[in-house]
Design a protein around this ligand. Structure first.
Ligand code: G3P
Ligand code: CA
Length: 240
């Protein structure tokens, strides 16, 4: 049975596991999440790695900007101990490794291009190529806060599912989403409950809500009657 709303594990099951690691992704699948949200950045030598920040400082035992590190340097880091020592030895996964694992399940995959601070020239093309290599296009939604990245993905592949992460001005978000023909907006509760949320839905744009961690937040939206396609949460177990 298709889940509705689809429960996306934000950075994997990141409330209970180190974010954006295979441990967090595997836990999400085991819990029965319908999808996984993850963030990508690019190393100096062009490897697409799954990590939220532009630096490895917060979520590994290393220091430095990913764009200035080789993949070998990133791969040598411990991405689990900062969260809990029981996760010592977890690595920063590559998108390639993630897709190899995801080939064995049917989860939806939301890839967020983290190009809002570092532009990562060519990341859109690289991600699309990997999606093609692993035949994932029907399962993937690409999103970004960076409107240029969103535009570039559409230019390269007009048929892939692309979602906008609501830009600073809600009215512009709806306008841009309509203009670009986006399938969805990934947004917060306040947007969903506003006139802009309504305008988006009336234009056939799906809403996925982030980051909903408390049931009462979700109940507010549910009671409003606003149709919601998905919940993106650090704690999928609370909504399943
Ligand atoms: O994709 C929704 C959400 O992940 C965007 O914010 O900072 O958690 O990547 P952030
Ligand atoms: Ca994200």
């Amino acid at each position: 049975m298709t889940q509705h709303p689809v429960i996306f594990a934000h950075r994997g099951a990141s409330g209970t596991h180190p974010e954006n690691t295979m441990a967090a992704f595997e836990a999400a699948a085991k819990l029965g999440a319908g999808g996984i949200e993850l963030d990508v950045q690019v190393t100096k030598d062009g490897e697409i790695v799954i990590i939220h920040d532009e630096t490895v400082n917060r979520t590994t035992n290393g220091q430095g900007f990913i764009q200035r590190m080789t993949y070998k340097e990133v791969a040598g880091l411990d991405a689990g101990s900062w969260f809990d020592t029981t996760f010592a030895g977890e690595k920063v996964p590559t998108l390639d490794e993630f897709f190899t694992w995801a080939s064995g399940n049917e989860l939806q995959i939301n890839i967020e291009l983290k190009t809002n601070k570092v532009p990562y020239h060519g990341i859109e093309q690289k991600v699309l190529e990997l999606i093609e290599d692993y035949r994932m296009r029907g399962r993937v939604i690409i999103s970004s806060f960076n409107l240029d990245s969103v535009r570039r993905v559409i230019e390269l592949d007009p048929y892939i599912a692309v979602a906008g992460l609501v830009w600073r001005i809600p009215r512009e978000a709806v306008m841009n989403a309509k203009k670009l023909g986006l399938t969805a907006l990934h947004t917060q509760v306040s947007f969903a409950l506003s006139e802009y949320g309504k305008a988006a839905v009336n234009s056939g744009i799906l809403l996925r809500l982030y980051t909903i961690n408390e049931k009462r937040e979700w109940m507010r939206v549910k009671e409003s009657g606003m149709p919601i396609e998905a919940i993106i949460t650090d704690f999928p177990e609370r909504f399943l």
